[in-house]
Write a protein that binds this ligand. Structure first.
Ligand SMILES: Cc1cc2nc3c(=O)[nH]c(=O)nc-3n(C[C@H](O)[C@H](O)[C@H](O)COP(=O)(O)OP(=O)(O)OC[C@H]3O[C@@H](n4cnc5c(N)ncnc54)[C@H](O)[C@@H]3O)c2cc1C
Length: 333
């Protein structure tokens, strides 16, 4: 089995393949965690990007409950899989801060619904706290999973340029060379349409910054606001990470250009000031997320391409979904 893509999804697929006794090789065009998995905020949140009340409206009550449960399982099993390695993991919970009356009403309703469905949460009229959420250094976590792979199972610097269905297996082209794989699993998230244009995943840019360490505690838990469009957290060592604000330039923050822009970065700078940080900005970056029409990942066979499977389209929440999605795909294989 050939896995394409060395982010959280690819290394999770490799992990589950190995657990099931399958032989897998992963190829990555750059290096492990070069994509969104090495550029994200490290929030381990339950549920989809929408708050629980919205999720219930979109997916129905039992599906929303099932998704929440699935992401809790993702959290627990992914952390268990790295076997207490130092991956920056903390489970202090997360807070979703109401940006105004509309979001406050939805969060209050979410709190009610979560309680009724047996999930822990608190609401103080301003923020909804989910005590079961966590945070992680995502690149370190991907590295920890990658290190568990068989020697030679991961090949970095291999850019797959095309895949073709064949009478037996799949023909894979990479930088002028060709090989035949029994099956191919695409763990290429936002980049999937570059290989298979029929796959409906939209690339969307997200931007972040990091500050130098601040001695003061500026934020107690990973915080999410403006319907998930804005987020920040502070590392135990004092650095502040701030991301989002693509709602201010929704139509611009699309595509594969992974360069930060002054317009979005100025919003992140303003948030750093509002939080009272005294440190300097040390890093600015952007990454590409993959969005699907349903708001849920695409996991399973690719239509019209025998032996080609997809595990992608994480709608900006791959740290919360990818490990368990990879397991489901491998179980189905
Ligand atoms: C700024 C930012 C903040 C985010 N914050 C969070 C967060 O706090 N919590 C959360 O859950 N999610 C967050 N996300 C989303 C999360 O990062 C993604 O959902 C997740 O990383 C997707 O993982 P992946 O492995 O599927 O894709 P990726 O990490 O993008 O990996 C895909 C890999 O495939 C490789 N590849 C692509 N095409 C080819 C090819 N043709 N040949 C070989 N290799 C190829 C790429 O180089 C890449 O390494 C954020 C994303 C961004 C950008």
């Amino acid at each position: 089995m050939l896995v394409i893509g060395g982010g959280i999804t690819g290394v999770s697929v490799l992990h589950h393949l190995r657990a099931r006794g399958f032989d897998g090789v992963l190829v990555e065009r750059a290096h492990i965690a070069a994509g969104a998995s090495g550029r994200n905020a490290g929030f381990l949140l339950a549920g989809v990007a929408d708050n629980y009340a919205e999720a219930v409206r979109i997916f129905g009550r039992s599906r929303a409950r099932e998704i929440w449960q699935l992401t809790l399982e993702n959290h627990a099993t992914m952390i268990e899989a790295v076997q207490a390695r130092p991956v920056g993991y903390r489970r202090l919970g997360s807070a979703t801060l109401a940006s105004g009356d509309k979001e406050a009403a939805q969060l209050a309703e979410s709190w009610q619904l979560l309680q009724e469905d047996g999930f822990e949460a608190t609401w103080d009229g301003r923020r909804l706290v989910n005590p079961r959420d966590g945070e992680v250094n995502p690149a370190t976590l991907v590295g920890a999973l990658a290190r568990q792979a068989q020697p030679d199972a991961i090949r970095e610097g291999v850019n797959v340029t095309a895949i073709e269905a064949a009478t037996s297996g799949v023909v894979v082209h990479a930088d002028g060379a060709e090989c035949r794989a029994g099956s191919v699993i695409l763990a290429t998230n936002a980049y999937t349409p570059q290989l298979l244009e029929q796959v409906a995943i939209q690339p969307r840019r997200a931007q972040m910054l990091a500050s130098s360490p601040d001695a003061a505690r500026l934020c107690d838990v990973p915080t999410y606001s403006h319907f998930g469009y804005r987020y920040w957290r502070q590392l135990p060592s004092g650095e502040v990470l701030i991301g989002g604000w693509r709602d201010t330039a929704y139509d611009v923050e699309v595509g594969y250009d992974e360069r930060p822009t002054p317009a979005i970065q100025s919003h992140l700078d303003a948030q750093l000031k509002r939080m009272g940080a005294e440190g300097e900005v040390t890093h600015r970056w952007a990454g590409t997320m993959g969005f699907t029409e349903s708001g849920l990942p695409l996991v399973g066979p690719v239509d019209g391409m025998p032996n080609v499977y997809l595990c992608a389209g994480f709608n900006g929440h791959g740290m919360g979904f990818a490990f368990i999605s990879a397991k489901r795909l491998v179980d189905s294989l």
